[in-house]
Write a protein that binds this ligand. Structure first.
Ligand SMILES: *[C@@H]1O[C@H](CO)[C@@H](O)[C@H](O)[C@H]1NC(C)=O
Ligand SMILES: *[C@@H]1O[C@H](CO)[C@@H](O)[C@H](O)[C@H]1NC(C)=O
Ligand SMILES: *[C@@H]1O[C@H](CO)[C@@H](O)[C@H](O)[C@H]1NC(C)=O
Length: 411
């Protein structure tokens, strides 16, 4: 008889818990996250506090398949369309991983993985496949998209007027407060920040495909980022790097000499580097090996440009823009212009240089302007569709923040 009674109590507790975990209860995560030190006024709260042991925050957790999930109750995981993969909150929660493969789905759960139908098999369907993303909580105003797998058709390389454009396939974002360029090709390990404006509730990620002969693959992690954290990117940054050193790579950079057309048309975005405390500048260098994977950003309509004509106003079509970029380590150059050894735009294939008299590539350049930013701009088409002139490889640059020395003051 006694055990019957405690079973009933247990059932009551479970019912209350299921009530708590009702789908669509916007305040649920708040309730679950609330700590127990606050004074509890209402009778309901007093009653619930008896069971406070089962309250836990909906934090990120690592699933058994190594994906990142959210710690939820088993019922919440089901209503969110997730899959329980391991436990969390001392076994009271499940690590809920949300992977979406159905086109036209919606999500508001942090760390949603958007995959092509049938991932990790190829997707060959033509059409539009979208994911509608809304805020996980009211303090979210940014998404970080991590391209774990990203293979779409290469940009056009057949027609001069459209070379570099994402004509067969493209990935686009709409509804964002920042301008997100359309991209295609190979972009694994790249990322993007998408801002959600105050008047917007949904941002749409779309993959538009034409033709059924291309094998596409994607697995995109959608991270929801709250406002004003130290990992919230500034508004103007499509890419945001927070480490002291790292690598900046143009979209569809192939780390190989083929295909000839790699960097994309219609790009205009900024890569930002978070200034670490005690650092005053950034050193940029070509990734190695430079001989196999040249740097190339269109300069002129035909053939190669002479040294010294691959910066500033000579970069009429496509360029990398770095504020007052110089080959002088640990020095301050205050005015912009080649004659004082400081440029702002770089292009060409002759190397990564700001000097006018060199035929050989400088391998490292420096900038001492804050914020640390590199803008990449390309126009609507690329030159030299057939010539192996490597004008359209794009860039792979390593960056290393430079400590403030006594000889350096920041501009
Ligand atoms: C717990 O609640 C108190 C009172 O509301 C608050 O001051 C404190 O910051 C909270 N602690 C945590 C870890 O949320
Ligand atoms: C999980 O998150 C960590 C930290 O952001 C990251 O390093 C790891 O790659 C993520 N794993 C997956 C499968 O997304
Ligand atoms: C989403 O998860 C990431 C870790 O993967 C975390 O940094 C971020 O704060 C979470 N966002 C929200 C709104 O909880």
């Amino acid at each position: 008889m006694g055990s019957d009674k405690s079973n009933k109590v247990l059932i009551v507790v479970l019912l209350i818990f299921i009530q708590l975990a009702k789908p669509g209860d916007a305040k649920l995560s708040e309730k679950l996250a609330r700590n127990n030190t606050e004074s509890e006024g209402t009778r309901e709260e007093k009653f619930l506090s008896l069971f406070s042991i089962v309250r836990f925050p909906n934090v990120v957790c690592t699933a058994t398949n190594s994906y990142n999930g959210t710690c939820l109750t088993s019922a919440e995981c089901t209503t969110n369309g997730g899959t329980a993969s391991g436990t969390c909150a001392s076994g009271f929660g499940v690590c809920c991983v949300v992977t979406i493969q159905t086109c036209g789905s919606s999500t508001s759960l942090n760390n949603t993985y958007w995959q092509n139908s049938g991932f990790s098999s190829a997707y060959t369907t033509a059409g539009q496949c979208s994911l509608f993303v809304s805020r996980a909580s009211s303090d979210v105003d940014q998404l970080r998209l991590e391209f774990l797998t990203f293979t779409l058709a290469q940009p056009d390389s057949a027609t001069l007027s459209t070379t570099g454009q994402c004509i067969t396939d493209s990935f686009t974002v709409s509804g964002s407060a920042n301008i997100v360029p359309a991209i295609c090709g190979s972009n694994a390990n790249q990322h993007m920040y998408v801002n959600i404006g105050p008047g917007t509730s949904t941002v749409t990620l779309s993959i538009i495909t034409s033709g059924t002969t291309t094998s596409r693959y994607w697995n995109i992690r959608v991270i929801q980022i709250p406002q004003n954290t130290d990992y919230t990117a500034p508004d103007n940054c499509l890419q945001w790097f927070t480490e002291a050193a790292g690598t900046l790579v143009s979209f569809n950079y192939q780390y190989a000499a083929a295909p000839i057309v790699q960097h994309l048309a219609y790009q205009d975005y900024t890569m930002c580097i978070r200034t670490n405390q005690g650092f005053c500048g950034v050193k940029y260098a070509l990734c190695t090996p430079t001989a196999s994977y040249p740097y190339g950003i269109s300069t002129v309509a035909a053939g190669t440009a002479a040294p010294g004509t691959v910066m500033d106003s000579s970069c009429a079509y496509d360029w990398l823009q770095i504020p007052c970029v110089t080959d002088q380590a640990n020095s301050i150059v205050t005015s912009v212009g080649a004659t004082v050894g400081c440029a702002s735009k770089l292009c060409g294939i002759l190397g990564f240089t700001v000097t006018t008299d060199s035929t050989t590539a400088t391998t490292s350049l420096y900038s001492y302007r804050r914020p640390f930013e590199v803008r990449f701009y390309t126009d609507y088409k690329e030159f030299l569709v057939t010539a192996a002139a490597a004008e359209n490889y794009g860039f792979c640059l390593t960056y290393t923040q430079q400590p403030c020395l006594s000889t350096v003051t920041s501009g």
